[in-house]
Each structure stands twice: as C-alpha cells, then as structure tokens.
Ligand binder design. Structure first.
Ligand code: SF4
Length: 348
C-alpha cells in the first residue's frame, strides 16, 4: 500500500498511514451557529471525525467563530470562488479550507490565501468534480473524463505548489462510480497527497449508500484513500453510519462488534430477520471490543458455518443455541436469545 503524505486537520491526522478519518457536511444554515453546532454534536456522537460547513457569505464566515470555538471536532470551511470568505474563515479559526485556487481570481489572491493558511498551519483541500473541470481541459479530453478530472486537480495543486504550499488533500468526485474509481486510482499513481474519497450526488439513503459502498469501499479495499465522505440526500448523521459500515466492511475499522448473519432458508424455524436486526442495533453502540458475532438460522449448520465467529446464535424451532468459537454454551428460548447473546458479549 502506497504511503501518502500526512496532513493534520486540527487534531485529526489524515494520510501517511493514519486511520481513515470519517467526514460529513452540515446542512443547517451556517449563519445559525446554534443549529449548526447541534448538528455537529450529533455527527460527532455518531463517529464523525471532521465536519465541513458551507460558507456562502461573510455572515456565515463570522458564525464559524462560535462554531469553531465550540465544535468537538475540527471544522472545514467550504469556499467557492470568493477568496475573502476563505481569509475570513481562516481568521475565525477553521482547521481546513476546501477551495480550488484556480477559481478565486488570480495569483495574488492565491498567494494571500496561502499566506493565511500557512500562518495558521491549516491544510487546503482541492475538490474537483465532474462539473468543476476547466473549459480548456474539458475541450482537450472531450468531457469530464477521469483523466480530465485528475488533470484539473493537478492544475490546482500546481497553483498551490507555486506558492510553496503543499499542505494539501485532494478529492476527485463523480456521480459515476466507475469514473470516480478510475480518477482516484490515477491520482493515487500520480501524486502522494492524501485522498479524500467520495462519490458525489450519490442519491438518497439506499442508492447513495450502495454507490458509496461500491466506490469508496472498492478503493479502500485496493489500498487507496485516506479520508472519506459518504454523500446522501438525507440527514448527514446517516452518512456517518454508512461511512462506518463501509470501513467495517473493508476491514478498515475493527473497533466494535462485527455482526454477520445468514440469509435464512427453508431450514429457518425462528424469526431470524428480527433477531439479526435487534442484535445489529444493540451492538452498534458497543466500542472498545473487537468481536465477530454470527446470527445463524439453523442449529445444524449454524455453528459450523460460523465457526470462526467469537460468539453466535444458532436458531432451532422456537429456541436457539448460544455458541462460542463453535462450541455450544447455552440453549435458550427464542424470546431470550438476544438478551442471552448480549450477556455473553458483555462477558467477552
Ligand atoms: Fe439455512 Fe441454516 Fe445456512 Fe441459515 S445457517 S442459511 S438457516 S442452512
């Protein structure tokens, strides 16, 4: 796995082998500091490490003063086009800015933003997506191809490098999963800067999670990516649940309980779907334990199929077995199965 350069977003390290940081973006009006802080608290509680806030005007930049002072996690200012908003956000204490230096109106302004970012030691994320590629690059590549998006990102990188600045992170997002993956793989080959992964405009909860799992999860499984943001047209807290599930699925977050469950079949004689959902829900808040828990429908095949699990349930007719490392430890009625399993988890 290629080691990327490490940057620091407040106290959160990104890249260089640091654990993959989970990000989200508030969807409150940033000018409403109380509402934005309430959402940041909820995101942090769900496991978000870094949060981004839109900065559409000076009032929003000023509200970031309160937000940054009270936020439990580092705050990133999302800036488009207006370098004065970047300067104001840096001044009030954000720990990173997302800005494309080629879009802020000239080299003098890039120098000014870089000077301010350097003085506060805060990184800049270059965020390219299929809609932001420069006209000249689009013409050369015939559209927002993955190659065009990478070229655009490297153009913005060069503008910062020309100011002797390399505290940089890059994102290259498309709403197409294959294009997103290809772009990140190319960027991974061509640069050492940490990569912020995401599939943009991924959609509502179900499809957005599927697209993000395919794109972000696929890249992470290949060893590409340093921080991730799942984009959902929904409550941002759901982005954190999805992001953490993706990290778990690709083995990049082994904190907590990894619940596996069988798909049920004609041998199932208990309400395994209900039991599996309850186990998953009750295990979601357990941290600091690394356990694999199997929820299996069948007493005959269950323990055998899930022998590598630390603990598990194997259903029978109206009752079930609790097993540990493939060995049966208890037989309990169906309605006591989940409680009995949770007791065993607590004991582990
Ligand atoms: Fe069927 Fe048993 Fe396998 Fe579940 S564990 S799918 S019930 S055979």
């Amino acid at each position: 796995m290629k080691q990327t350069k490490q940057i620091a977003v407040g106290g959160v390290k990104v890249g260089g082998g640091a654990p993959v940081a989970v990000q989200s973006m508030t969807n409150t009006d940033t000018r409403d500091a109380d509402a934005t802080l309430a959402q940041i608290e909820a995101l942090a509680g769900a496991g978000c490490h870094i949060v981004r806030c839109a900065v559409p005007d000076m009032q929003a930049a000023e509200a970031l003063r309160t937000i940054c002072a009270k936020s439990p996690i580092p705050v990133v200012a999302d800036i488009h086009f207006d370098y004065r908003l970047a300067l104001a956000s840096i001044e009030v204490g954000v720990q990173k800015i997302r800005l494309n230096p080629g879009n802020i109106g000239g080299a003098d302004r890039v120098h000014e933003v870089v000077r301010a970012a350097k003085a506060r030691r805060i990184p800049i994320r270059i965020g390219v997506n299929s809609g932001s590629v420069e006209k000249e690059i689009l013409a050369r590549f015939g559209g927002p191809t993955p190659e065009a998006m990478v070229e655009s990102a490297l153009y913005h990188v060069k503008l910062l490098n020309d100011c002797n600045f390399d505290d940089i992170c890059i994102s290259i997002k498309s709403s197409s999963v294959p294009d997103t993956m290809r772009a990140y793989l190319l960027a991974h080959e061509q640069t050492d800067y940490p990569l912020h992964l995401g599939v943009t405009e991924a959609g509502t909860e179900y499809m957005g999670t599927v697209k993000s799992a395919a794109g972000i999860g696929g890249l992470l499984a290949l060893g590409v990516g340093d921080t991730i943001r799942v984009s959902l047209t929904d409550d941002p807290v759901k982005e954190i649940y999805a992001a953490n599930a993706i990290l778990k699925a690709v083995g990049r977050n082994d904190d907590g309980i990894n619940v596996v469950s069988c798909p049920t079949c004609g041998r199932t004689r208990i309400d395994l779907i209900g039991i599996a959902k309850e186990v998953e829900q009750r295990c979601a808040s357990i941290h600091g334990k690394k356990l694999k828990v199997a929820v299996m429908g069948c007493a005959v095949n269950g323990p055998g199929e899930a022998r590598e699990a630390d603990l598990g349930i194997a259903g029978g007719a109206g009752e079930g077995l609790i097993f540990r490392k493939g060995e049966i430890v208890r037989k309990v009625p169906q309605d006591e199965l989940v409680d009995a399993l949770m007791e065993e988890i607590e004991r582990s």
